[in-house]
Design a protein around this ligand. Sequence first.
Ligand code: NAD
Ligand code: ZN
Length: 355
Amino acid sequence: MFRNFKVVPQIIFGKGSFAQLDDILSNRRKHQKSFMVFLIDHAFENTNFKSRVPLKKDDMLIWINTDTEPKTYYIDRLVEEIKKHKNILPDGIIGIGGGATMDISKAVSLMLTNPGSSADYQGWDLIKNSAVYHVGIPTLSGTGAEASRTAILTGPEKKLGINSDYTVFDQIVLDPELTEGAPADQRFYTGMDCYIHCVEALTGTYLNTFSKAYGEKAMELCQNVFLNNAKNAADELMIASYFGGMSIAYSQVGVCHALSYGLSFGLGIRHGIGNCIAFDYLEEFYPEGVAEFRKMQEIAKIELPRGITKNIDNNILAKMITVALGLEPLWENALGKDWKKIMPKERIKELYLKM
Ligand code: NAD
Ligand code: ZN
């Protein structure tokens, strides 16, 4: 079976394109009493960014806490708050921030029209009703969350996305200027998420021409940014992120992402840095990618945390192994149909204990 996947229908790209947001939204404002909800990463709270947001009288602006990865209870709380605002559904949800805010915005727009808790929808194609119109405006480049059909959430039992065609943004605004104030280490971790997406897609067994074309271009852009000090680095990394997202949309990620999900669930280590920590130990699976990653790390002068599993509780370690092993398509993509023989629990445990 070939996957018939949905892509973002409207994209605007370029430095300064954020200024067109007001125009874009004005077409979506239904009547005088309706409102838009801006979910903005709290990194912008004490800056003058608010003055650039096209807020109208009844609109809501909610600063989004991204100190940890998005949790299902946080989504449920935001949905309640928005529902109470005017007792009508908003005309749109506009998410402005990194991958976490992208995912929160997608999830909130879905949960405004689907009953129950967001935890009920972690999985594949469980969403029944289409979402409220939603717009994604990334302020970090790398996750590909702007392109993907998933909103990754940590719930009481699992870290798993709400995967559905309804999850996909209706509009994205790719304005590289918005990424320019990001701290250098965060820019590196999120950028490496993209680089690792490319390595895992391009070496995977699910690879096909569609995924290869996007993946190769995204990788070239990452190399330009992180090895060759590209002049237009913010533009290039933003397009790399989108292309990387398109590449994995039609293939899959691999060993590094599976281990990183476990690190996040068990130890609360965030996606970008978790990928970097895990990838450094995956030379046997991705020799060229890991060698190049280390060069990029050296140029960016990034020191990765070590010894994170030194005194780890055995129950937590077991949970991490279960989470990692549960991501079957990732292992199959990386290691082929016989992946279970190649990757028994003990081998994952060994890898985790090295970190
Ligand atoms: P993030 O959204 O977690 O943000 C990291 C930090 O950067 C936060 O402290 C935030 O406040 C800050 N920040 C964001 N933009 C900034 C800016 N312009 N200036 C200063 N600070 C800024 O980071 P991320 O790496 O973009 O996203 C990681 C998240 O994305 C994880 O939750 C992960 O699960 C998710 N993800 C989703 C997908 C998907 O397809 N849906 C894919 C990969 C990752
Ligand atoms: Zn990733």
